[in-house]
Design a protein around this ligand. Sequence first.
Ligand code: ZN
Length: 271
Amino acid sequence: VRKGLIDTHCHIFTEEFRSDITDVVQRAHEAGVSHVVMPGIDPGSIKDMYNVTDRFPGFASMAIGLHPTELHDGWKEDLHQIRSVLDMDMRGPHRFVAVGETGLDLYWDQSLLSEQIESFKEQIGWALEYDLPLIIHSRSADAQLLEVLGDYDRTALKGVFHCFSGDVEQVESLLHYENFMFGIGGVLTYRNSGLDRILPHIPIERVLTETDSPWLPPVPYRGKRNEPSYIIKVAEKMAQVYGTDIQTVIDVTSGNAIRLFSLETIQQDLG
Ligand SMILES: [Zn+2]
């Protein structure tokens, strides 16, 4: 068993995992996954995430935010509600390790771009105010993402470009944001993604491992529900791409995650 893999992006609080979450966490432990970070999707995520963290103490951390594809009627009220929970937590137990996931998604629907930007910027504000990392989702919105980020150049904003799958040009533009990591998951194992040729342009010191469970399972699990234990396939491919060994990949990327999300105390609890 390899110790210390961290799945920095998984949604194991969703209904896809309701019937067998205990087995999923057990398999994760057996695969050497020591910790996971669960990004919120909408207000309903919050109580579901509390349930998972309470059930498996020390195993799962939470982030809080509103996903760009979840801006339904009343989204401002949703944002307000999420903000209230964050405010309360920041005065109290500090259970949230990041803001997100937020960002821009123009893949299915481009009609809500201005609303997505407004929601994104609001959540960037929370991250800055509370000095929390930001989990950014960006799909089919490379130019728009750079435009928004440009407004925060030379601020203390930090975070991760989750599920990064841009080209070399985008890598170079985003590397400029020195306090940001690149989240890499199952897409790296897809033969047609080309991500294995892009990744060497990103220093491993800027990379986090993630699964995005239940979505985007790595080879050879495509077509199945993704889960944190499969992250070993991402780490193996990463070792191959960087020409290093898997333990180095685990040590470096886990170190990156622990620093970004301030997981030091949680790691100690794991002994
Ligand atoms: Zn996600």
